[in-house]
Design a protein. Structure first.
Ligand SMILES: C[S@@+](CC[C@H](N)C(=O)[O-])C[C@H]1O[C@@H](n2cnc3c(N)ncnc32)[C@H](O)[C@@H]1O
Length: 280
């Protein structure tokens, strides 16, 4: 039963962190002309209307992308913000790209995009958004099963974004199993896994699993915008990046203090940047 709809949450602080990291990884891949693949295991609807009925109920983007809109952002955010600006040419913030549209805008003609989405309402929206774009294949299949089919990619370069809803508790072990299986098929691929900070024990579980001996270098990036309460609601979010591009850690080291100030909802908003498995 799929009940999660990203349209209630699009553009919130967690999307800003996730899409920032996604755009930086894609930027690194574009340093070489050689084609790469972008895989999105949990793609969502692809793009969002911030004036929708769903968003009217939560207004989550107001403490997310709205806070970055029309202020001077650090250069590391240029590629991401340029896509949001392109979608909103009038200057009024109304449209927000999901990870698939952000990727489609940032990928080049030689790159390929592989998107999976299961929701019966979001899958057709994704399909119609990209109809005619020959770089993009859209699959109505389980994102982890699709990884088995897609890896290793013919390009031998690329990134896999794994962004599950985490509505059910087993999704924490699903993501670990999915990545471990993916690494067996493609040990040098970049895997970018998003997680929410709701219960600290769930984050610790992911940290333990991704710190395991023998895994490739793995970076953890976390932004906490509200005081942690371990009871209800998301107070922050993070990304675990296996095989990160070499400049990602130093770029995020510069960017995270700025993001914590821009997106923090209390005085002690904070961030973490850790190697779960160190480089080299
Ligand atoms: C957090 S949203 C994705 C948001 C999107 N990545 C973005 O940043 O714009 C998670 C999506 O995963 C979908 N989903 C849930 N389980 C799935 C599965 N096993 N395989 C593929 N998609 C799934 C949900 O329907 C939902 O649209």
């Amino acid at each position: 039963m799929l009940s999660y709809r990203h349209s209630f949450h699009a553009g919130n602080h967690a999307d800003v962190l996730k899409h920032t990291v996604q755009s930086l990884i894609l930027g690194s891949l574009k340093a070489k002309d050689k084609a790469f693949v972008y895989v999105d295991t949990h793609a969502g609807a692809g793009a969002y209307d911030l004036a929708s009925k769903e968003m009217e109920k939560t207004g989550e983007y107001l403490d997310g992308i709205q806070r970055l809109w029309q202020q001077d952002c650090p250069a590391a955010l240029d590629a991401y913000i340029a896509v949001v600006k392109k979608l909103n040419p009038s200057g009024e913030l109304r449209h927000y790209p999901g990870s698939p549209l952000l990727a489609a805008e940032l990928c080049r003609s030689q790159d390929r995009l592989q998107l999976s989405e299961l929701h019966p309402a979001d899958f057709p929206r994704l399909e119609s958004l990209f109809r005619g774009d020959r770089r993009i294949q859209i699959h109505k299949v389980d994102g982890y099963a699709n990884l088995k089919a897609l890896l290793p990619p013919i390009e031998r370069r690329g990134v896999i974004l794994i962004d599950p809803p985490y509505e059910l508790h087993h999704e924490y072990s699903d993501v670990v199993n999915g990545v471990m299986d993916g690494l067996k098929r493609w040990g040098t691929g970049t895997f970018a896994i998003w997680y929410p900070v709701v219960q600290r024990t769930d984050v610790s579980f992911l940290e333990r699993k991704f710190s395991a001996a023998g895994l490739p270098s793995t970076l953890q990036i976390e932004l906490n915008v509200l005081p942690e309460n371990n009871r209800f609601g998301m107070t922050g979010s993070g990304m675990i990046v296996v095989n990160p591009p070499w400049k990602l850690a130093s770029t995020m080291d510069d960017l995270l203090p700025w993001l914590a100030t821009a997106l923090g909802q209390y005085a002690d908003a904070n961030y973490r940047l850790n190697w779960l498995v160190s480089e080299g």
